[in-house]
Design a protein around this ligand. Sequence first.
Ligand code: NOJ
Length: 764
Amino acid sequence: MNRTLHLITKKSILPFMVIAIMFSCQKQKNNSRMNRKVDSLMSLMTIEEKIGQLNLPSAGYFKTGEAASSDIGKKIEQGKVGGLFNIKGAANVREMQRIAMEKSRMKIPLIFGMDVIHGYETVFPIPLGLSCSWDTDLIQQTARMAATEASADGINWGYSPMVDLARDARWGRIAEGSGEDPYLGSRIAEAMVKGYQGNDLSAANTIMACVKHYALYGASEAGRDYNVTDMSHLRMYNDYFPPYKAAVDAGVGSVMASFNEIDGVPATANHWLLTDVLRNEWGFTGMLVSDYTGVSEMVQHGIGDLQTVSARALGAGIDMDMVSEGFLTTLTNSLKEGKITEQQINQACRRVLEAKYKLGLLDDPYRYCNEARAEKEIFTDSNRAFSRSVAAQSFVLLKNQNHLLPLKKQGTIALIGPLADAVENVTGTWSVAARFSESITLRKGLEKATTHQAKVLYAKGSNLYNDAYLEENATPFGKTLHRDKRNADELREEALRVAKQADVIVAALGESAEMTGEASSRTDIGIPDTQVELLKALLNTGKPVVLVLFNGRPMTLKWENEHVPAILDVWFGGSEAGDAIADVLFGEVNPSGKLTTTFPQNIGQVPTYYAQRNTGRPMGKWFEKFRSGYLDVSNDPVYPFGFGLSYAQFEYGEIRLNKTTMTSSDSIMVSIDVTNKGPLDGKEVVQVYLHDEVGSITRPVKELKRFKKIKIKAGETQTVNFILSNKDLSFYKSDLSFGSEPGKFEVFVGGDSQHVKRAEFELK
Ligand code: NOJ
C-alpha cells in the first residue's frame, strides 16, 4: 500500500476505532456493575433459592403439553420460581411480580415470557409467510412492533425467532420458521433478534429474544413432530446451524433447546451441542432454557429417571427448566449425592439473574407493567395498518393465466370456501395473544373493498374435511371452522347456485390455522379432498376461478396448477389478512412475495429443496434408467424456491462480473440489469446463487448468497450490484474447518432458483 493511501486509511478508520473502544469500555463497565449486583444477590441466597431461580412454570393460560406446575403463587412466595410464561395482561403480570417482590425472602423479580411469535395482539403473517417477503427491514420492524406491544403488557421475554431450517413439508412447524435456506434464514434470524431486542435490552419497550429450537428440530425424521433427527456434522454446520449462529452473533439473549435427540442424546442433555458448540465455539453467554417439559420428557426418551435427566440437563448447560420441575424437585438431592456440583447450580443461577439484570428488572421489577402504555400501544389503528401492509408483502402469486388478476371492482364476485369467513383461523398458528373476533376475514375484506362497486356473494361450499374427526383434530384451541351440518353435496349445490350468479369466483381453500404448527404433521399435504371436489365443481361452471390458498406449509398443487387459472398463496396473513388479500386481488398492492420453500409435485418427493447435491447419476430432462430420480414423476418441483409472480413483468439482462478471477483476500462484483416490462410498477427479489464446481467435499448445485428486493417502475431498468467475498465462497470441510478452495465457481442471478442467468469466475 502506498504511504498516502495508508495514512488516509488509518485516518478514516480512527473515529470507528475510538467508538469501538468507547463501546467496549462501556460494555466492561456494565458487565462489572452486573457482576457486582449478581454477586451480591447470590451471596445471600440459599442453594434452594438458587435452584428456585431455575424453575420456569407456565401460568397455564395456554397449554402445549402436560403442565406439571400448580400452586404457583405459593411457590413464588417460597422462592421456588424464577420466571413465568404465558400470562397475559399488565395487571396480571404486576400481581405475580408483587408476590415475588413483597412475599419472597430474596425479593428477586420474576422474568415473564410468552410465545410472541409473529406479533402480539396485532398479528403479522405466520413466519413462513413473513419470510416470503424477503424483506429483512420489514421483518425487523414486525419484531420491533411485537416487542413494543408485548412489553407494554408486562412481557419481557419472547420465545422467538424460531429458526429451524425445514425441508420436509410434512412437518407442521415448518410454518413457524423461514423456510429451507440457511442464508436467508440467517438474515431473517438476525433481523428478528435486532427487532425484539433493539439497542438497549433494559428499555421498557424491548424484550429479550429466545432463538429456538436449538437444534435441528426441523429435520425430524418422516416430518413427524418431536421425532429423532440424525445427520452428519457437515450438514449441521453447513446447512442447519447457520441461522442459530446468526442469532447468537446478533446478540440474542437466550436460546431454547429443542425436543429432538441429536447423535442419540436429546438436545436438552446434549453437552456437545449446548456447551461445546453453542457456548465454547460460538461464544454464547446468555441464558439457555429447555423447551416445555423438555427435561422430564427425557424419561420417555429413555435416558433415566427424573433425577438423572435433570442432572444431565444442568450438566449439559441448561439454565432454566420449563415446566418439568425436574430441577426444582431433584437438584438438591443430586448435589448431596455428588451427581452435580454447586458450581453448576451457581452458573445457571447467575445466567438467570444476568438476564434479569440486562432487562433492567433488578433496578425496576415493574418496568414492563404499565397499564397506561398497554391501553395506548397495543392493537392500535396504526399497528393494524402496518400489519395489513406487511401481509400484502408476504403473499405469493403462484399463477396468473391471461392476467386474470388483478380483479376489477365491478359486477358480482362469488366468494366460496371454508376459509373465506373463518375468523378464528385468520391469524394462523401460534397467535396466542390475538383478538380472534376482531381479525379481518377475506369475506369482510372483500365486502369492504367493493362497497358500492361490486356485489360479493358468499357460500361456504364445503367443510374443511368431510370427516368430522379429521376436522376436529385440525381445529383445536377454539379455532373452529363452525362445521356445517349439511352434507358435501348440499354444501356444493348451494355454492354452485351462488357461483352461477357471479362474473368471477374466488375460492378460499386450503388448511385451517392449526393444520400447521406444533404437533400438526400431515402425511398428505394436499388440499383436503372435499375442498378439491368443490374446486372442480366451481371450475366446471366455466367461470374464471381465483384460488386463494390458505396454508402453513408447501402443499402439493400439481393438479391445481394445471387447472386453476389464478392462484394466490396467502398463508395466514395476521389480524388484517382479509384487507390485505383484497388489496392484492384488486391490484392496490402488486404482489411481490417469493417462496422460501420448494413446493413438491407429490409427497413422495419430500424432503425436497433446491440446494441439492448432484449425485453421481443426476437425472437429465427426461427419465433414464440408472439415474437418480423416480419412475413416476420428474425431480422438478411444481414451484421452486424463490418463485413468485407479479402483476409487473421483470426481464433480466446478462450477468456482468468486474473480474473473472479473484483471490481469497479479494472480492468480486456481480451486476445485472433488471427491466420491468409490464404496465405496472412492482417489486422484484433479485437472487444470487453460487455453485462451487469442484470441492474436497461435494457441494450443492446452487446456494443462495445474496438477494435484494428492489422497486422498479413500469418500463424502468435498474442495475443491481452484489459484492461477493471469500466468506461467501467458504464452507465447512470434512475436518469442520471453514474456508474456501481455489477453483471455478458458477454464479447465477435470477428471480427464482431455477430461472437464472449464468456466469463463471475462478478463485485463485
Ligand atoms: C413448546 C414449543 O416447542 C415452543 O416453541 C414454545 O415456545 C414452548 N412450548 C412454550 O410455549
